[in-house]
Design a protein around this ligand. Structure first.
Ligand code: PEP
Ligand code: MG
Length: 537
């Protein structure tokens, strides 16, 4: 089976598939010959499910406390419920059907029964029955979902992946991504580029026809994926992977060299990261610093806010590891595509233009202050700068600085040391561009977020795959805006960089140098390629 898709990272991968399905998986009814053996499978799956739940309970106990962890205990007890098990076993025996099907039907029946009860507590159990049934089905079908951190090195095949799902995965073990939906500017795509992971989106594959464990070749150059490749196709993929490695070795020879053009123009090349563990990629690719640490990833994939101490440890570790090199940490940019349940943001018709990023921080300063305290404390351990996202006005910056001052006063009162960090803003709204002369007088630096700037300027939702053909970051409007921002920064002696995906666009490197950009912050995997391009100018 071969499919075309849109490539978001050019590379080749070969490996076993891991299919990640959403919970609403359609379970097929199949006839079985040996009912007792099938009941045995159901029993083994139940024991495995209980083990998974025990692990989740232990993890939750440590992270969110006993009362929140209790749900996993309840689920374990429900899995031992006599009536529930009896219904599954009986269906397998009398109808000679597969265990997944018996679990799905039993789960639906029990959920409906609970939902129809008067008692609110019992009504709420409907969702739990569905949850434990889904877990059993996933185990029986070998889909491997949920235990994302414990997976084997695999090519991930999914309908779509949310940032919180992606965050749970052990990135070392992702050989490639293939998704049915998604857009080139989604955070999963950004993650793929960051890790050098060959990735295809918009692949019209029926997930029912792809099995976990089958082999696949992902070809990010041609925008193709082959499921179940033959010997020749595997051999060809291996050859091309070797060629790629050879090219990388050539790039390696650029390590330790300066990012300077032949006429002596120097540009800083920094890296974008989403978590502490990404720092390894930054060092490996010889970036001069971190130009964007998307701190909101610390808030994703969990059930409650990260504490000040947890955040402090993360920022301190990054600052220490970078050993005095610049580390620009962006305050949380939650909202839009990065949804977190415990923020209780509520449903919005237009979340990209909604309650997000700095707007949350200004409206709920307690959340913001916790992060600022952690950031300021971490300034003692390296060269940390703080950057604020989604700025549209001078007033916002003034409000931010007032809150920062308040936090600094509180730290002073308790004798907690910190250094005064550089403070800059993301320029990612047309409003910020148009008043960049005024903003430049307030802040220490600008970092242009071309991903959002493009979506807001061209009125094109960056998440909407249907609009990929209309998402033109090379549009004259965007390039003129970048120039305007750089000029206004320089007028007031401030520096300006780009941390959106456009910064890594090799077709524009020369133009960016000409415009006078001081910095480009890009996926770690792009650092050496851009260094090469700059040195050849
Ligand atoms: C941007 O908008 O260009 C940016 C760098 O921020 P993010 O992609 O996290 O929204
Ligand atoms: Mg942005």
């Amino acid at each position: 089976m071969q499919f075309d898709g849109k490539s978001v990272y050019k590379g080749i991968a070969l490996g076993p598939v891991l299919v990640l399905k959403r919970h609403d998986t359609q379970v097929r009814r199949r006839k079985v010959e040996d009912a007792e053996a099938e009941i045995g499978r159901a029993k083994t799956a139940k024991e495995q499910a209980k083990e998974q739940l025990q692990k989740l309970y232990d993890k939750a106990l440590k992270e969110v406390g006993e009362s929140n962890a209790a749900i996993f205990e309840v689920h374990q007890m429900m899995l031992d419920d006599e009536d529930y098990l009896e219904s599954i076993h009986n269906m397998i025996r009398t109808e000679m059907v597969n265990a997944s099907y018996a679990v799905a039907v039993t789960g639906d029946n029990f959920a409906e029964m609970f939902a129809g009860m008067d008692d609110d507590y019992m009504k709420a159990r409907a969702a739990d029955v569905r949850d434990i049934s889904d877990r059993l089905i996933r185990i029986l079908e070998g889909d491997g979902e949920k235990e994302l951190s414990a997976m084997e090195p695999s090519v991930i095949v999914a309908d779509d992946l949310s940032p919180s799902e992606t965050v749970q995965m052990d990135k070392e073990k992702i050989l490639g991504f293939v998704t049915v939906h998604g857009s080139t500017n989604s955070h999963t795509a950004i993650l793929a580029r960051m890790m050098n992971i060959p990735a295809l989106i918009g692949v019209p594959v029926n997930l029912e026809e792809v099995r976990t464990g089958m082999m696949a070749v992902v070809d990010g150059f041609e925008g193709k994926v082959i499921f179940g490749p033959d010997e020749e196709q595997c051999a060809q993929a291996r050859r091309r992977m070797e060629e790629e490695q050879e090219k990388r070795r050539l790039l390696e020879s650029l390590k330790g060299k300066d990012n300077v053009t032949s006429d002596g123009r120097h540009i800083h090349l920094y890296a974008n990261i989403g978590s502490v563990s990404d720092v390894g990629y930054v060092l490996e690719n010889d970036a001069g610093g971190i130009g964007l640490f998307r701190s909101e990833f610390l808030y994703l994939g969990r059930d409650d806010f990260p504490t000040e101490e947890e955040q402090f440890q993360a920022y301190r570790q990054v600052a220490q590891t970078m050993a005095g090199k610049k580390v620009i940490i962006r305050t949380l940019d939650i909202g839009a595509d990065k949804q977190v349940d415990y923020f209780q943001l509520g449903k919005e018709d237009n979340p990209a233009m909604g309650y997000r990023a700095i707007r949350i921080c200004l409206k709920q300063p307690e959340i913001f202050k916790t992060q600022l305290r952690a950031l300021l404390r971490a300034t003692m351990y390296g060269n940390i700068s703080i950057m604020y996202p989604m700025i549209t006005s001078v007033e916002e910056v003034e409000q931010i600085f007032a809150i920062v001052k308040e936090v600094q006063r509180e730290l002073d009162e308790t004798g907690i040391p910190y250094r005064q960090p550089e403070q800059g803003i993301m320029v990612e709204t047309p409003a910020a561009v148009m008043i960049s002369d005024e903003l430049a007088q307030l802040v220490d630096f600008f970092s242009i977020g071309t991903n959002d700037l493009t979506q807001y300027t061209l009125a094109v939702d960056r998440q909407n795959a249907r609009l990929d053909d209309f998402y033109h970051p090379h549009h004259k409007a965007i390039l003129r805006m970048i120039k305007m921002v750089v000029d206004n920064a320089h007028k007031y002696g401030k520096w300006a960089g780009i941390c959106g995906e456009l910064g890594a666009d090799l077709e524009l490197t020369e133009e960016f140098v000409r415009m006078g950009l001081d910095e480009l912050s890009v996926a770690p995997s792009m650092i050496l390629r851009i260094r090469k391009a700059v040195r050849e100018l």
